[in-house]
Ligand binder design. Structure first.
Ligand code: SF4
Length: 726
């Protein structure tokens, strides 16, 4: 490495937005990071989190070599010894208790590295366990559920055509802070302002007046968990007033009459009290949406991580479809990414599945080969045949990010063995026997195999590594491959032979990516002289290439058996009976009960950027926000310590009285709670905060798809001093 300064272009991998960045480098040192003005998608935009590219790279707490937990503490071990020990223990446990005795948990950052994503698939195959869990079931599982039921593939997710719509209705999403989630859209603020500048409208439905709501033409508070009722009621108005006009889609639909019939009972008057939105507002919203030249509805985190998330995601698309705002410019559209995961995974098993199996303890349904992570702790701590004995976590911190994290925290020491692929010794990985740290962002090459498929525009960009990894470091896919080799060494029955063995050796994640791009919808194919994308050609375009706006793709893109959109899937229609309890709960909730919702901060990303001083300094952000009316009713004042209590636990935090909360609702951000023992995250520990998932409840889920209901959790809030005296 020289000390000559140079410039490196890449994509920021920290969140979904895929911003282009310019790194000024000297040797292995990142001197500065700024937005790349020449990136055709992000056009120079970056958010405050971008400093995390440098801060995590330089972080002295970041692990760079494997660690083994011993009676004397953590000890550094060689990679080969770590691979050997991990695979030997995993094989031994699987021999003794069956393959399902070893579970895996893949966290959200795994999909921000193509090597981790593709390598993780191979590792899961080699392990052969059906006990698979991931962050999907504390996030976007309802989107996949609706996509499979309606369009025939779990990854066929409709994306709002943000840059061309005339009316954007956002339910439970806050893209100004998230930078667009399941709607990859760098510089959302500019795009929302452009929407309004061209005469369009932005309406936000949320129990909190979010940063996005503050930019909106209209914001309506809604009671947590009642979004499905709002959507049913809007559809009732649209059908009853003859405003349903699916247009060219009509011949591609099944179930239109069934949906019309299902929506009929949900008049605005009937749902007004349950939603907290008056009947006239609901009817006006429905009429305005239907009358707009183009419109699109997008439901996100708050609309997904709740008791009726699958119903909401279904009804969001029903609304888009029956108003003719689907598969057309300005509506909800499918992407056509250069690396097209949907086109590559068309076999029935890859399209998705639901309830082929159920969990041992609570009988929660499998989806897409995974069980809901809400069941993970009980599958470890409940005795009996089939109990999980070992766990492999990958880029995840489920103690802080899954419901009832304290129960999982207590369950992890009951495992016989645990391995974590992670570069931090954090609240989860401190329980591992071995920690295998992969390289970080700029140390590896990058292509977004997932977020290009969720982007509001088709673009593609391949970034080489900013500098080669050191001799003692390993990329995530090298770690997976080391573990796979170890599994085969300790269990010869897993060894591939002949052509399968050769293919396995040859098909590295980089080659799989190159093949995917070459033979994808924008690829050059076999002909070396053909125009079109190859990975090498992409590498010559350091700012990325623009592949144009989203285009109509139906009926060709549909993967249902009859190649039509299933507007009324029976499992979703059947779930409406459960929703009735939201209108008539049967029991009256105690008057002191409040409903807890989450919150996201522009300077953090879940839990793992909290060790950057630059990102956590400043005013305390892990506060409980509450309306002035609710604070007054409890004789609480701004700034004091309060105890928040749910069925699963209690936390003490500072109160922030705020007019952004709907009365009856309180909000706590997620990702905090770094006050556990045995941590090595010195900055994070000094800004510990409290974990919202010490309050969320593993029994509070969307019973249809198994997604955790992290929003709308019943809690009480009291003066912490009173609590201490009790
Ligand atoms: S918005 Fe996301 S991708 Fe863009 S700079 Fe911030 S963290 Fe990186």
């Amino acid at each position: 490495m020289t000390d000559i300064e140079r410039v490196h272009h890449r994509t920021c991998h920290l969140c979904e937005a895929m911003c282009g960045v310019v790194l000024r480098l000297r040797g292995r040192e990142v001197l500065s990071v700024r937005g790349d003005d020449a990136d055709p998608f992000s056009r120079g935009h970056v958010c405050p989190k971008v400093v995390g590219l440098k801060d995590v790279l330089d972080d002295p707490d970041r692990l760079r070599e494997p660690l083994r937990r011993t009676a004397q503490g953590w000890q550094t071990v060689s990679w080969e010894s770590a691979f050997d020990e991990a695979s030997e223990r995993l094989v031994a446990l699987q021999r003794r208790h069956g393959k399902d005795a070893v579970a895996t948990y893949y966290g959200n950052p795994q999909v921000h590295s193509y090597g981790a994503f593709l390598g993780g698939i191979e590792f899961a195959r080699a392990l052969g366990s059906r006990n698979r869990y991931s962050a999907t079931s504390v996030d976007q599982l309802p989107h996949h559920f609706a996509a499979l039921a309606m369009f025939g593939h779990q990854f066929l997710l409709p994306i709002p055509d943000l840059d061309r719509t005339d009316f954007l209705l956002i339910i439970g999403g806050n893209p100004v802070v998230s930078n667009g989630s399941l709607m990859t859209a760098p510089d959302v603020v500019r795009r929302l302002k452009a929407l309004r500048a061209r005469g369009g409208r932005l309406v936000v439905i949320d129990p909190r007046r979010t940063e996005t709501a503050q930019l909106a033409d209209t914001h309506c508070f809604i009671r947590p968990g009642s979004d499905a009722l709002l959507l049913l009621s809007m559809l009732q108005v649209i059908f009853a007033e003859g405003l349903a006009r699916p247009g060219r889609l009509e011949s591609m639909l099944t179930g239109l009459d069934a949906v019309r019939t299902a929506c009929a009972p949900y008049t605005p008057t009937r749902v007004a009290e349950a939603t907290g939105i008056d009947a006239l507002t609901i009817a006006t919203l429905a009429r305005t949406f239907a009358a707009s030249p183009t419109a699109v509805c997008h439901g996100r985190m708050g609309a997904s991580t709740q008791e009726f998330g699958a119903l909401v995601q279904w009804l969001v698309q029903v609304l888009n479809i029956v108003t003719g705002n689907f598969d057309r410019a300005g509506g909800a559209m499918f992407t056509r990414p250069a690396f097209d995961l949907v086109a590559m995974s068309k076999s029935p098993g890859q399209r998705g599945s639901h309830a082929r199996r159920r969990t041992r303890v609570s009988s929660l349904p499998e989806f897409g080969g995974e069980f809901p992570v809400a069941a993970l702790a009980e599958e470890i701590d409940t005795e009996g045949e089939g109990r999980i004995r070992a766990l492999v976590t990958v880029a995840g911190n489920p103690v802080l990010s899954t419901p009832n994290g304290r129960r999982l925290e207590a369950a992890l020491p009951q495992l016989d063995f645990m391995v974590s692929i992670d570069f931090y010794l954090n609240e989860t990985t401190r329980h591992a026997n071995l920690i295998l740290p992969p390289t970080y962002g700029p140390e590896r090459d990058h292509y977004d195999v997932i977020f290009n498929a969720l982007a509001i525009r088709n673009t593609a960009k391949y970034s080489a590594a900013a500098f080669p990894r050191t001799a003692t470091a390993r990329h995530d896919h090298e770690i997976f491959s080391g573990l796979c080799r170890g599994l085969a060494r300790h269990d010869p029955s897993r060894r591939k032979r002949g052509l399968a063995a050769l293919t396995e050796r040859w098909l590295t994640p980089r080659r799989a990516l190159a093949l995917g791009v070459r033979f994808g919808p924008h690829g050059a194919g076999w002909n070396p002289f053909a125009r079109g994308l190859t990975l090498a050609r992409l590498a010559d375009q350091p700012h990325g290439v623009d592949l144009g706006p989203l285009e109509p793709a139906l009926p060709g893109r549909l993967l249902t058996r009859d190649r039509r959109i299933a507007l009324a899937p029976p499992e979703l229609l059947g779930d409406l009976a459960r929703l009735e309890t939201r209108i008539d709960p049967g029991t009256v909730e105690p008057p002191q009960t409040l409903r807890l919702i989450g919150r996201r901060d522009p300077r953090t990303n879940n839990s793992w950027l909290h060790n950057s001083t630059r990102l956590v300094k400043g005013p305390r952000r892990c506060t409980l926000r509450m309306s002035a009316a609710d604070a007054a009713a409890r004789a609480l004042i701004d700034g004091q310590s309060v105890t928040v209590r749910s069925r699963t636990g209690a936390v003490t935090v500072a109160l922030e009285v705020s007019d952004e909360l709907m009365p009856g609702v309180v909000s706590l951000p997620h990702g905090w709670g770094h006050d556990r023992d045995g941590m090595r995250l010195r900055v994070a520990s000094a800004h510990a905060g409290a974990s919202i998932n010490d309050l969320t409840d593993e029994r509070y889920i969307d019973a249809l798809c198994g997604n955790a209901a992290l929003n709308g959790v019943p809690v009480t809030v009291t003066n912490a001093t009173d609590q201490a005296r009790m």
